[in-house]
Design a protein around this ligand. Structure first.
Ligand SMILES: CC(=O)SCCNC(=O)CCNC(=O)[C@H](O)C(C)(C)COP(=O)(O)OP(=O)(O)OC[C@H]1O[C@@H](n2cnc3c(N)ncnc32)[C@H](O)[C@@H]1OP(=O)(O)O
Ligand SMILES: O=CC(=O)O
Ligand SMILES: [Mg+2]
Length: 722
């Protein structure tokens, strides 16, 4: 069916989107439709032209790098640096400066804690994410692999033995979160408030206070018998909750029923790599959910058996202060919205009958919606500081950041917002950005609120950029090579040296194995120790567990003693992770190939056929991996690279695809909505999408997957309408 449009001067807006904006968004934001579209149309010509030129520059730089790499087997770093400088890929580093971003909420500027990411088109998940500001430590532990299975198989009801392990584990953490003057929470049998002081009775009947009594900041319930004690540590909170009548409280020596942790301080509502949004209808759903989150009226119906519950945003949490009086803490995570990057166009809005860039549309509509928050139109407030937080992904170098800055300035004019209301989170996930990070930060120095190492996209770009040079190491080996560590270190140091500490977030990437929480507890403390005041987690459970790391270490203290020299890091970043002399057996090669193919098919089939943009897909060892467009970029580029350099043959890849397609079909047997790719893989649009991503991987702009995914999903939707 032909898309229907409403014409507004040189603009045409898809009916569905226009209606949504006119009827649902505009009322209450002090703008008329006429004003909005006139001003937007006025801003567009310059923006469209710059956007197009920037994309052209990406192509031109890549062509020059391809040419350079295709005539070499290895690079000499000094010579390579000169070449990259000469073509304008590597730019002179600016003189020292400090960012001057104003009106930033404490969750971003002065606090340290987990950052959750969620596909915004899934209302059920998005609400859960916003509410993940607080999470039950007991639930997170009980439901994860941190506590080993006690009885071989999971019992149906509450398993008291497992519960006791959860309690024991948590008490150890209480000693870190709220250390006692003497003794341990492991022995506690009562918590009481005496004259504004928290006193803990231990097993030997001794009564002790906290090592730092001011950590006790509030309580809920009667002062003689509180139902909750609020602790503040490293600027984040933890509740010790009591209930002598609950199953768990009864089992506990001090009647503790749970420990509730302040968890996801911030959440990224994602319009980008974890969603499927390929047309006006999809984009309208994305924007609808954002409006519901901002206005506080989004709901989702959760069905379990024959029971239905309605999920909505949680209210603030109310306490009595330890020093008298009442106060509240936010019940919700502070929300960012991740817009798409500069690459794609959308026919949801046409200008002079041509699709506009999707990133420009996102900037307009997501900011327009967030204006409701600034005007206090919602049930809750997102930013107390009066800012709108936008994450901008996949930008290549300072000019593209400067363009995003200009785009935001223009949108502020269109929407009548004060200058620099729109804040930017810079994803440091493309090679040209990492190598010129200081200049990138400078290009947005009045509005930057985070830099984050999106190491997944960054790995994909690493492969694509040097595709012609030689075969890359295996995915596991790429992670251990010097470039990655140098990139991670350089990001933190550049952030600190540019004055982000205390004003903005320095963030680390995603934990991509959502079920491996025990491993996460071992590994992700490194993010805090590296100097990052936030790091990405895939789920609320992971947020609550990762929050413990911010109790374990105070990142702001750690930063004071950090080495902030960047010397040598650039050269290490230019050390390309090729296979080199690493010899792989044919079994290792097959394994790597099959693993990549399985991940690609497992993800793409749900993306294309079911519109699911983020999935948990088993790898070859049956470990569930979070797959999104960035991980797809890595796997597809990796195979394209191995094909190009003869590590694998076309026939071998084709064969692996058929074998893995059968496996993926069988893995999805329990899903009623799932459509098999086999036996007729020719007819399967999903299979063909995966095929194209691999076999035409070399030609994809910067190795991105969205051009193929969008085209194939649109094809599928069209087929479904016939
Ligand atoms: C490179 C990058 O750009 S990374 C950023 C993009 N990645 C993401 O956004 C990751 C988002 N995470 C997810 O989508 C999911 O966690 C997945 C796909 C990885 C795993 O999903 P599932 O297999 O369905 O998770 P699982 O079955 O373990 O848990 C589902 C429950 O957890 C909740 N949940 C899982 N992930 C999230 C999340 N990110 N936010 C909020 N809630 C979540 C669900 O709401 C659901 O609970 P409910 O039944 O009460 O609604
Ligand atoms: O967006 C995150 C990434 O790792 O890519
Ligand atoms: Mg990314």
């Amino acid at each position: 069916m032909q898309l229907q449009y409403i014409q507004k001067g040189r603009l045409k807006i898809a009916n569905q989107l226009e209606q949504f904006i006119t009827q649902d968004v505009l009322p209450g934001v002090q703008l008329t439709a006429e004003d909005l579209w006139t001003k937007f149309a006025h801003a567009l010509p310059e923006l469209l032209s710059i956007n197009q030129n920037l994309l052209q520059k990406r192509v031109s730089l890549q062509q020059q790098i391809d040419q350079y790499c295709s005539t070499r087997q290895a690079v000499n770093v000094q010579e390579y640096k000169s070449f990259l400088t000469q073509i304008g890929y590597l730019q002179d580093s600016p003189n020292d400066f400090q960012i001057s971003t104003q009106n930033v909420d404490p969750e971003i500027a002065t606090m340290a804690g987990p950052q959750l990411v969620v596909p915004i088109n899934n209302a059920r998940f998005a609400l859960n994410a916003a509410n993940a500001r607080w999470g039950s430590l007991y639930d997170a532990l009980y439901g994860s692999d941190i506590i080993e299975q006690t009885s071989g198989s999971k019992t149906k009801g509450y398993d008291g033995t497992r519960g006791q392990k959860v309690i024991d584990y948590s008490r150890k953490w209480l000693d870190i979160i709220a250390p006692l003057k003497t003794g341990s929470h492991k022995q506690s049998k009562n918590y009481a408030i005496d004259n504004g002081t928290l006193l803990v009775t231990l097993a030997d009947d001794s009564i002790v206070g906290l090592k730092s009594p001011e950590q006790f900041v509030g309580f809920q319930g009667a002062i003689e018998q509180p139902i909750c004690i609020l602790i503040k540590h490293n600027n984040i909170h933890a509740e010790i909750q009591f209930d002598q009548d609950s199953v768990i409280g009864q089992q506990d020596t001090a009647n503790i029923k749970d420990i509730c942790l302040e968890s996801a301080l911030t959440t990224i509502m994602d319009c980008e790599d974890s969603v499927t949004a390929v047309d006006a209808a999809d984009k309208t759903l994305v924007y609808k959910n954002w409006l519901g989150l901002i206005k506080g009226d989004l709901t989702a119906t959760i069905s379990s058996g024959n029971k239905q519950t309605i999920r909505s945003l949680d209210p603030d949490r109310q306490y009595q202060s330890s020093t008298g009086g009442a106060f509240s803490l936010s019940g919700r995570s502070l929300m960012f919205i991740r817009n798409v990057g500069h690459l794609m166009t959308t026919d949801a809005i046409l200008f002079d009958d041509k699709p506009i860039y999707e990133g420009i549309m996102d900037a307009l509509v997501t900011s327009l919606i967030a204006k409701h928050d600034l005007l206090d139109n919602g049930v809750f407030k997102n930013s107390q500081a009066g800012s709108i937080y936008i994450v901008k992904p996949k930008m290549h170098g300072p000019e593209e950041v400067a363009f995003a800055d200009l785009l935001f300035t223009k949108m502020e004019t269109v929407l009548s917002l004060a200058t620099h209301t729109l804040k930017i989170g810079l994803m440091d996930e493309e090679r040209r950005t990492s190598l010129n990070l200081k200049a990138c930060i400078k290009a947005a120095k009045d509005r930057v609120v985070f830099i984050n190492t999106g190491f997944l996209d960054r790995t994909g770009d690493e492969i694509h950029t040097s595709m012609q040079l030689g075969a890359f190491a295996t995915k596991a080996s790429i992670k251990t090579r010097p470039w990655l560590n140098a990139y991670e270190q350089s990001n933190v140091i550049t952030g600190i040296n540019s004055g982000l500490s205390g004003k903005a977030q320095i963030g680390k990437g995603m934990w991509p194995t959502p079920d491996n929480m025990a491993d996460m507890m071992q590994a992700k403390i490194a993010h805090v120790r590296s100097g990052a005041n936030t790091a990405w987690v895939p789920s609320p459970t992971a947020a609550t567990l990762h929050a413990l790391h911010y109790h374990q270490e105070s990142v702001f203290n750690l930063r004071m003693n950090m080495n902030v020299q960047v010397d040598g890091l650039l050269e290490q970043m230019l050390n390309i992770p090729l296979l080199n002399d690493e010899k792989l057996s044919s079994e290792q090669i097959q394994n790597e190939l099959d693993n990549n193919v399985q991940g690609i098919l497992g993800y793409v089939v749900r993306w294309i056929n079911q519109g699911i943009g983020c999935s948990k897909v088993p790898d070859i060892n049956n470990v569930g991996l979070m797959e999104d467009r960035a991980t797809l970029r890595i796997s597809s580029q990796h195979i394209a690279n191995w094909l190009m350099h003869g590590v694998v043959t076309k026939e071998q890849v084709e064969k692996s695809m058929l074998t893995m397609a059968k496996l993926v079909d069988s893995q999805n047997k329990g899903d009623d909505e799932y459509i098999n790719m086999t036996p007729d893989t020719q007819a399967s649009i999903a299979f063909q999408a995966a095929h194209e991503l691999i076999f035409k991987g070399k030609e994809q702009p910067n190795g991105y997957t969205e051009p193929v995914l969008h085209a194939k999903r649109q094809e599928l939707k069209k087929r479904a309408m016939q």
